[in-house]
Design a protein. Sequence first.
Length: 118
Amino acid sequence: MPGPGLILVPAIIWAWFSWPVGVSFAFTIVAVPVMLMDNILKPLLMSRGLSTPMSVILIGVIGGTISHGLIGLFLGPIVLSVFYDLLLAWAWPLPPSVPIDGGGQMDKSREVQGERQP
């Protein structure tokens, strides 16, 4: 995904050839962090709070942007993250935390006059 680098790299080169050195240096100092933030921080912030790996989020960002543009930038990681979690739940299910018999082996000491108490 090219991001703002597609525009900023030629603009920085043009600035160094046509502007004074001080202005070109200031423009470069501002433009380089913008390119880094777009390519590094955007996937990090989109994956914050999720257990989904960063590679799945990054693939979702790239694939969503390529296929659906600006809307895909946000929907791609969401759809791929949900698909990833569903795949994990289906392929490697968690062991049951409740006995399979539905709790039929309850503690007999909690029963009072034939009624079960929670």
